[in-house]
Write a protein that binds this ligand. Structure first.
Ligand SMILES: Cc1cc2nc3c(=O)[nH]c(=O)nc-3n(C[C@H](O)[C@H](O)[C@H](O)COP(=O)(O)OP(=O)(O)OC[C@H]3O[C@@H](n4cnc5c(N)ncnc54)[C@H](O)[C@@H]3O)c2cc1C
Length: 262
């Protein structure tokens, strides 16, 4: 069972702040981590490898520093890593991200399963998994919370839905995006982590030429969406104290709620 796991490096915070002058995310002083949902995808891959053999390749698209996320993936037990890094990939929206990942996965080939997290805690769109499956023309299951069986060419997986779980028969190769209830990720192994940080480790870097994509199809140029402006939401609150006897205060409160259609 050959498995590809997508790992995204994200800022270690859910409260990203935006530079009011440039409109860009403030990344200075914020530590980077593997997207927490992707750690569950990695853990699932490791358990499947323990049961069925095969190999695990972690893939990340990002700047050079995203190699740290791949090193951690190797520290957890992935066999090798591919960093997709090129100035041409910068500014990618979810479409351009999925397109770049798809071309890299096609180049790598020979996989039964692609695992990714439900969503990234910074971008939060949950679009990359489904878009990638579409681009590769393979089956997909989102919000995977359990696995009943996994064999060559077929699987039975549980998908989390509102108020319950759905059992899905899914052919392989397929892409699953996983939710955190699927498992508890293991900690990286210190020795493996040290080996992964070695420059001669099993992590390779591919640029645009390596995966055969044109500059105009990736990054900002290849993005179908453009950010016009970014700004933190305005939270304007005002308080009002009602005074008087309890009956009149209740009547005024109900009137206010009706007035504001609450
Ligand atoms: C118009 C637009 C412009 C943007 N410009 C920029 C920019 O200039 N710079 C910038 O840094 N970001 C930019 N982004 C954000 C960037 O597009 C997203 O971070 C990226 O496409 C992934 O989307 P997401 O974070 O919502 O991931 P989701 O779809 O929520 O992620 C789901 C899963 O997909 C996998 N995944 C997602 N991204 C990657 C990745 N890069 N490598 C490997 N696996 C991955 C992970 O397993 C993740 O758990 C832009 C977004 C938009 C919409």
């Amino acid at each position: 069972m050959n498995i590809i796991v997508l790992v995204k490096q994200v800022p270690d915070t859910t409260e990203v702040s935006i530079d009011p002058k440039t409109g860009n995310l403030v990344r200075e002083g914020v530590e980077s981590i593997i997207n927490p949902h992707d750690r569950h995808a990695l853990e699932a891959a490791l358990q499947f490898k323990e049961q069925h053999g095969g190999s695990i390749t972690a893939i990340s698209m990002g700047p050079g520093q995203a190699v740290d996320a791949l090193s951690e993936a190797l520290g957890m037990g992935a066999d090798d890593g591919i960093l997709l890094s090129d100035p041409a990939f910068a500014g990618a929206d979810t479409w351009a991200t999925s397109y770049t990942l798809a071309r890299a996965i096609e180049k790598k080939g020979d996989y039964d399963l692609i695992l990714c997290g439900r969503q990234a805690i910074d971008g939060d769109t949950a679009q990359v998994g489904p878009q990638l499956a579409e681009l590769l023309g393979i089956a997909q299951v989102t919000s995977v919370c359990g696995v009943e069986s996994l064999e060559s060419g077929s699987s039975r997986v549980l998908k989390r839905i509102k108020g319950g779980r759905e059992l899905i028969h899914c052919p392989l190769p397929a892409l699953w995006s996983v939710v955190s209830e699927l498992n508890t990720p293991r900690y990286p192994h210190m020795e493996r982590l040290i080996r992964a940080c070695d420059p001669k480790s099993a992590i390779v870097t591919w640029n645009a030429a390596d995966i055969g994509v044109k500059t105009q199809d990736v990054g900002l140029q290849g993005s179908l969406t453009q950010v016009i402006a970014t700004f933190p939401p305005k939270t304007e609150r005002k308080g009002e104290m009602l005074e008087g006897d309890p009956r009149s205060m209740v009547s005024s409160l109900v009137a206010r709620l009706r007035e504001n259609k609450l």
